[in-house]
Design a protein around this ligand. Structure first.
Ligand SMILES: [Zn+2]
Ligand SMILES: [Zn+2]
Length: 265
């Protein structure tokens, strides 16, 4: 979070925010309250779950996994790719469910109080929401790689979890920083085939979810392309819906358009 803040405010200070006027600007007192009310209990709950799993289920495997703490690059890439796929699907299912009206108002509405995002939006969750959206998909990924015979050791788990959290936190930057990539090792290739947007537009994708709400339920865009729920805020007319599907007319051109050079009103 601190690194993302430094990137947004210093390294990429020249990149304008999508909607500077609507960006959340909580006071230090509000931020402290949100941290104590959200991050502290969420981290405690997640730690209790992880420690319980570690002691009761994974102790034996952990002991053996410690011997192979340094993974080969190919194995790490494979684990990252499988995890990306699983995290994306698990996130989509959970997040889509959280938009069912009853669950939305019970669990997810607090997060959507920020109709424009900023890094502080990462503090603006209910505890259950944060656990379901950030912890649960990563946990499913760990279990999946284990099920298919590629159990991740602690180092690999840390890399997978760090990248997933980096991407999710970065999705709330509120400006198109180019360091928010769904799969950094293959980013140029993914951008070329239209599976990743150029110039940090992954952030605009989630910004659009906060602005319009009934679209972009995934954490990365590809599921929404496939299911037809992908939208991007227009760069010149706030709130205008631009629709694209995987094979849709002009989809690739739209995805490859340089949104950075134009300012969202
Ligand atoms: Zn949502
Ligand atoms: Zn969000």
């Amino acid at each position: 979070m601190a690194i993302q803040h430094a990137l947004c405010e210093f390294v990429f200070a020249h990149i304008p925010y999508f909607r500077p006027a609507e960006r959340p600007k909580p006071s230090p007192r509000q931020l402290w309250g949100e941290w104590v009310g959200l991050m502290l209990p969420a981290h405690c709950a997640i730690s209790i779950v992880l420690v319980t799993i570690g002691f009761l289920i994974e102790e034996e495997r952990y002991r053996t996994a410690k011997k192979q703490d340094l993974p080969s690059p190919q194995r790490m890439l494979l684990l990252l790719a499988i995890s990306r796929l699983v995290i994306d699907i698990a996130f989509y299912i959970v997040h889509r469910a959280l938009h069912i009206p009853f669950l939305f108002w019970c669990i997810h509405a607090r997060h959507h109080e920020h109709q424009a995002t900023g890094l502080t939006t990462n503090f603006h969750f209910s505890v259950l929401d944060l656990m379901l959206e950030s912890f649960f998909p990563v946990f499913v990924a760990f279990q999946t790689v284990e099920l298919i015979g590629l159990p991740a050791n602690r180092f690999e788990q840390s890399v997978i979890a760090c990248h997933a959290l980096w991407y999710e936190i970065g999705s709330h930057c509120g400006k198109p920083v180019p360091t928010v990539s769904a799969f950094p090792p293959l980013r140029p290739l993914l951008t070329m085939v239209g599976l990743e947007m150029e110039g940090g537009q992954n952030v605009l994708y989630h910004e659009t979810h906060h602005a319009l709400r009934r679209c972009n339920y995934g954490i990365t865009p590809w599921i929404d392309y496939c299911l037809g729920s992908f939208r991007l805020l227009s760069t010149d007319e706030k709130g205008e819906k631009l629709k694209a599907g995987m094979g849709g007319v002009g989809a690739k051109e739209m995805l490859q358009q340089n949104f950075i050079s134009k300012k969202v009103q």
